[in-house]
Design a protein around this ligand. Sequence first.
Ligand SMILES: [Cu+2]
Length: 66
Amino acid sequence: MSETVLKIEGMTCMHCKMSVEKALKGVAGVTSAQVDLAKNQAVVNGEADRAAMAKAVEVAGYKVVG
Ligand SMILES: [Cu+2]
């Protein structure tokens, strides 16, 4: 089990947080995703491809910047 931290731009509220978490949980291999709004980051657990996670976040309307 590995943990990935993604820096995300564009999240402003609880709705954004939930949208991003839902998008990340939909990626194959992701077992859990927790967004910290104050830090603008998501902590993802599982064995998912980083590019696939970034893509899912972008499809949801946000941007992975690191
Ligand atoms: Cu929002």
